[in-house]
Design a protein around this ligand. Structure first.
Ligand SMILES: CC(C)(COP(=O)(O)OP(=O)(O)OC[C@H]1O[C@@H](n2cnc3c(N)ncnc32)[C@H](O)[C@@H]1OP(=O)(O)O)[C@@H](O)C(=O)NCCC(=O)NCCS
Length: 142
C-alpha cells in the first residue's frame, strides 16, 4: 500500500533531496552541501522535512526559524509525483509545525513573480508582500 510519510530529514536522505532540488532548479552547490544540511538539522532536527513514499523521498522543504521570523525555502516535489497533492500536504505540515512552535506568520519567496506559483500560494492563504530584490555577498571576501 502507498503511504506518504512526512518526516524530519536524515543525513542519509541527502542524495535524494539533492536530486529533487536539481530537477526543480532549486539546488545551490554552495548552500546545499551535505555538511551544511547536516549542521542545519543538528541545530534544529525539524528544520528540513521530507515526503517519503515507501522509503522513496519524493519531496522536501526547508524551514528557517529563529523565534523572530519563520521562512520556507527549497520546497519541491519530484516531477513524476507532482499534481497529486503531495506538495500541498508537505506545505501544510511545515505550516502546522511552525504554528505549533508559536509563529504567527511565515514568509517565502517566489522567483520573478512566477504567476503559477503565486496562484498556488494564494489559494493556500498567502498574500503578496513587497517586491524586494535579494542581494547576496560571499563573506569569504570580507
Ligand atoms: C510547487 C510544487 C512543490 C507543488 O507540488 P505538487 O505536489 O505538484 O502540488 P499539489 O499537487 O499539492 O498541487 C498542484 C498545484 O501546483 C501548481 N503548480 C505550481 N507550480 C506549477 C508548475 N510549474 N506547473 C504546473 N503546476 C504548478 C498547480 O497549479 C496546482 O495548483 P492548484 O491545486 O492550486 O490548482 C511543485 O510544482 C514543484 O516542485 N515545483 C518546482 C519547484 C518550485 O517551484 N518550488 C517552489 C519554490 S517557491
Amino acid at each position: 500500500m502507498v503511504k506518504t510519510v512526512i518526516r524530519n530529514y536524515q543525513p542519509s536522505d541527502y542524495q535524494a533531496v539533492k536530486s529533487i532540488l536539481i530537477e526543480a532548479g532549486l539546488f545551490s552547490p554552495r548552500s546545499d552541501t551535505k555538511q551544511r544540511l547536516d549542521r542545519k538539522i543538528t541545530h534544529q532536527p525539524d528544520s528540513i522535512l521530507v515526503a517519503d513514499i515507501n522509503k522513496q523521498i519524493i519531496g522536501c522543504i526547508y524551514l528557517i526559524k529563529d523565534h523572530w521570523v519563520s521562512l520556507l525555502f527549497r520546497f519541491a516535489i519530484s516531477k513524476k509525483f507532482r499534481q497529486q497533492s503531495h506538495g500541498s500536504k508537505l506545505l501544510k505540515k511545515a505550516e502546522t509545525l511552525l504554528k505549533k512552535q508559536g509563529f504567527k506568520t511565515v514568509i517565502l519567496f517566489v522567483e520573478n513573480d512566477d504567476k503559477v506559483l503565486v496562484s498556488f500560494y494564494k489559494k493556500r492563504g498567502y498574500r503578496l508582500g513587497g517586491i524586494n530584490r535579494c542581494l547576496i555577498k560571499p563573506l569569504e571576501k570580507n
